[in-house]
Design a binder for this molecule. Sequence first.
Ligand code: SF4
Ligand code: SF4
Ligand code: SF4
Ligand code: FES
Length: 348
Amino acid sequence: MIQLTIDGKDLAVPEKKTVLEAARGAGIDIPTLCHDPRLAPYGGCRLCLVEIDGMAKPVTSCTTPVREGMVVRTVSERLYRLRRTIVELLLSDHPNDCMTCIGNGDCTLQELAYFYGLRDNRFHGARREHHRVDANPFITREQNKCVLCGLCVRVCEEVQGVSAIGFADRGFETKIVPPFGEDLNCEFCGQCVAVCPTGALSARLWAGKPRTGGIRSTRTVCTFCGCGCNLTLKTKANEVFRVDSEPTTHNRGWLCVKGRFGYDFINSPERLRTPLIRRSKGGPLEAVDWPEALQHIVSAVTRIKAEHGPDAFAGLSSARCTNEENYLFQKLLRAAIGTNNVDHCARY
Ligand code: SF4
Ligand code: SF4
Ligand code: SF4
Ligand code: FES
């Protein structure tokens, strides 16, 4: 363990931890924009600057490993001015259209501007001109809102192993783009959208949907496959309009395209809401209540089993059911009907 002092607190932390990790572990908050504990440190935004005794200039806490006897300050007049100026510089080349931005209420840059009380800006000059790009089915890119934190690039490379996007050009012209400046053509997992701290990346499905106020969050489990990733459904007025996942879940907040974006079926008016029975061959499907439907099934199963034996049946279950439902389904086939003809769509 390494002994160090942060803001007057004596701490003992494992070696190889960074100053930022040590501070946060001790409940000391340091602002960050390009940091995600699930990804490799990057040191791009410079917001996490701290002062360390013996060092002439402030250093980035997210990339500085702890050292024995370090004395660190996370709060000072100089640090406040530096951090405030960094945010001011970012906002000097930002559209600041929070009113209509999909990121409103869920934007780290907006929170920082609020915290530092940045109503006016001392810096004026050239601005980047990027158009909104959303020619793909899932993701909207608004690069004029990008703060070049690189979180999207890192998650795509480190977590997805896809590297579908990267930095292009240099200096003021730097931007995040897919190869050859074309639109995204990737796995559309949306991990980049999930980590983006601004409205630069968003899901097309979220456009025009509620951003803040009256939103319910409900934790549940994805039913698309056996990984069982934890989801948080955002709902309002009985509509699921967004799916997120928390970094504290067993899937660490990472989802695939199905879990993150495959939820529109929940709100579809074409969903079956009552049982349907076809009373005669070629006849129409009629909506019935559950007691009548179950009675119909029991009569048909009893008749077929008597005429053809239990192996006339086969059951195919679904990855969209819970484990418990799948267990009960195979039990029904094996114990009630008497056949082992049971399978599951996610077996392969
Ligand atoms: S990205 Fe954030 S700061 Fe920028 S317009 Fe959107 S909400 Fe406002
Ligand atoms: S959607 Fe997934 S694969 Fe595509 S760029 Fe974003 S992180 Fe990479
Ligand atoms: S698009 Fe978002 S996540 Fe990617 S670099 Fe820009 S601000 Fe960061
Ligand atoms: S969080 Fe440390 S430089 Fe961005």
